[in-house]
Design a protein around this ligand. Structure first.
Ligand SMILES: [Zn+2]
Ligand SMILES: [Zn+2]
Ligand SMILES: [Zn+2]
Length: 341
């Protein structure tokens, strides 16, 4: 009797289960009725039963807006470079001819490296995933699409490292994030250029802030001399009045400042604030690369499973250093470990 009841239950569960086609290899799989996401035992592809085709909406407009913003940024950089050079050169050339030439060469190198790496990061494709055969059983090997999902925008396989960017309208290999300032994704093909741009921009802004402060110091009108006998009274009262006089004199002298001086003051404040922002971003990026993560994997729970893979070898792999260099550093690290034991 018991056996009959069991058999009946078994039959009902079989009836409740249903057949679904794996998008990866085209196999027909039987899955329980309440399961929406399943993995194919042959190709390893993950199918979401309820997923529906998505359409791109307004991605061309987003792309156009990003491109316009990037063009404005390039014009702004050119303004900073030309304006900075114009504001600083009378001070630098007045010192010594050699200093002027040296300053000109540094400006040329820094501006060329910053603008070229920025353009490469902005206008280069961020990373196209490799084209794999999919959809039919003989074409796909066993485990050939392990943990691949199906991109519902592009209608093609998407590896675990690949993400679809709705602003770029395509799947990006090793996507880190979509950066609005370069109007492009940061992925496998332009991540190095992005880091090179940040590095170059930080050095350039440090140089601009130092030079504008130096030239501004020379160009700023001197404050009027005030005899000390003016200030009589108790300690805190004198200090307060002295501070007030200095601030007023400073603003009065700023009013008679030339256009050159104003450009220098602007450059100093702008370069200092941009420098702080970019340094934080660069440091964050280097930390992610060291830990073997991307910004997106950090956001998702995937970041936790990669703990333990961190190390300098990630940085070397990222920079494309020769195999021997990374082996040497690994050896150094291991020997340090064995000494400490
Ligand atoms: Zn399959
Ligand atoms: Zn896609
Ligand atoms: Zn993007």
């Amino acid at each position: 009797m018991d056996d009959m009841v069991k058999e009946e239950q078994y039959i009902t569960t079989i009836l409740e289960d249903q057949g679904v086609i794996c998008w990866g290899c085209g196999s027909r799989l039987i899955i329980p009725c309440n399961t929406h996401i399943f993995k194919c035992g042959w190709c390893g592809a993950i199918t979401n039963k309820n997923a529906q085709k998505h359409e791109h909406h307004g991605f061309q407009w987003r792309r156009l807006r990003d491109r316009c913003f990037v063009s404005v940024l390039i014009l702004f950089m050119l303004f900073v470079i030309c304006g900075g050079f114009w504001a600083v050169y009378p001070v630098v050339f007045s010192m010594r001819y050699f200093c002027g030439v040296f300053h000109f060469i540094i400006i040329l190198v820094l501006s060329t490296s910053t603008i070229s790496t920025f353009s490469l990061a902005a206008f280069r494709c961020a990373g196209t995933p490799p084209i794999l055969p999919w959809g039919s059983y003989p074409a796909v090997d066993k485990g050939g699409l392990e943990n691949y999902t199906f991109c519902l925008y592009c209608s093609k396989p998407k590896s675990p490292e690949t993400h679809h960017c709705r602003s770029c309208g395509m799947c990006i290999l090793d996507m880190d994030h979509h950066c609005p300032f370069i109007g492009n994704c940061v992925g496998a093909a332009n991540h190095r250029f992005f880091i090179a741009f940040l590095f170059s921009a930080v050095i350039s802004t440090v140089y601009v802030s130092i030079m504008s402060a130096y030239a501004g110091f020379h160009l700023w009108p001197s404050l009027p001399n005030m005899p000390l006998r003016h200030f009589t009274g108790s300690g805190t009262d004198v200090a307060f009045r002295m501070l007030k006089e200095i601030v007023i004199a400073f603003f009065n002298s700023a009013l008679v400042l030339s256009a050159r001086g104003l450009v220098l003051a602007y450059l100093f404040i702008a370069s200092l604030s941009v420098q702080i922002g970019l340094s934080v971003l660069l440091w964050q990026q280097i930390c992610f690369i060291y830990e073997g993560k991307t910004y997106l994997s950090q956001l998702s729970s995937q970041g936790d499973t990669d703990v333990g893979k961190k190390g300098c070898q990630n940085l070397f792999r990222f920079l494309g250093c020769p195999y021997l260099a990374s082996r040497y550093f690994q050896f150094l690290f291991n020997s340090k470990k064995s000494h400490s034991k």
